[in-house]
Design a protein around this ligand. Structure first.
Ligand code: F6R
Length: 241
């Protein structure tokens, strides 16, 4: 399903209505959450829907898709900080239902796979929210010769560092590694909600619709998912025919 809206506000309304419908229909939904500029409007709208008493998050379980490695959770650029300050602090989610990738230097295959197992033990992700990088990354699965299927430590690409280090007061403060759900973990979600806004995303969004799959564009794997809803604004949809 593809929706194209005039602007970011309308995109955010639609995204929030899809997430709240999911939670109303299944109060113990497992949500996969992303951070970044794109879903901010959606979180703001969800807060308002919650304040009106329309949706109850008390039984919802969340798994964040990624987090920087070696960045204090209290740092305003950490994804922990983002989630609490933009969403969790304003809704009735239970602390024990909030999950982030483990922030320990574990080996792929043990500690990080435990995160995937935790997701499976909760019955799998019902709805995975995704943004997309200008280079096609989803979560922090960066373009590469190989992609890793499960949760892992990833080295951030030059593109990602250049885009994201603008948020840090000092450029060298930005970690160059992160922990991310793998492509396999993302694809396992029962439903995916992909959001993209603005001209900078137009090229990469067009590539998702061109029917080719390549590890140099991790988002191209979303083509394989049977249940993906894409919500774009007109700028991001510019080259979608
Ligand atoms: C963040 C994440 C990233 C972002 C992507 C787009 O949790 O998973 O993949 O979704 O970098 O970021 P924005 O929305 O800031 O353009």
């Amino acid at each position: 399903m593809l929706y194209i809206f005039k602007n970011y506000d309308e995109l955010s309304c639609k995204a929030a209505s899809i997430v709240s419908s999911q939670v109303i229909l299944k109060p113990n939904s497992v949500l996969g959450l992303a951070t970044g500029a794109t879903p901010l409007g959606m979180y703001q709208k969800l807060k308002k829907i919650y304040e009106k008493g329309i949706v109850d998050f008390s039984n919802v379980v969340t798994f964040n898709i990624d987090e920087y490695l070696d960045l204090d959770y209290k740092n305003p650029n950490s994804y922990h900080y983002y989630m609490y300050n933009n969403f969790f602090n304003y809704i009735n989610i239970q602390q024990e239902n909030i999950n982030f990738p483990p922030q320990v230097n574990g080996k792929v295959g043990d500690l990080y796979q435990e995160y995937d197992k935790r997701i499976e033990d909760k019955g799998g992700i019902d709805l995975q929210i995704l943004g997309i990088g200008i280079n096609g990354h989803i979560g922090f699965n960066e373009p590469n010769q190989e992609l890793i299927t499960c949760t892992h430590i990833t080295k951030l690409s030059e593109d990602t560092i250049n885009v994201n280090n603008g948020f840090f007061s000092r450029k060298d403060e930005m970690p160059n590694r992160a922990i991310s759900l793998g492509i396999g973990s993302i694809i396992k979600a029962k439903n995916i909600l992909l959001l993209a806004s603005g001209k900078s995303k137009a090229n990469i969004i067009a590539k998702i619709f061109n029917n080719k799959i390549t590890t140099s564009n991790p988002s191209s794997f979303l083509k394989l998912h049977p249940n993906i809803t894409t919500i774009l604004d007109e700028d991001a949809a510019k080259f979608v025919s």
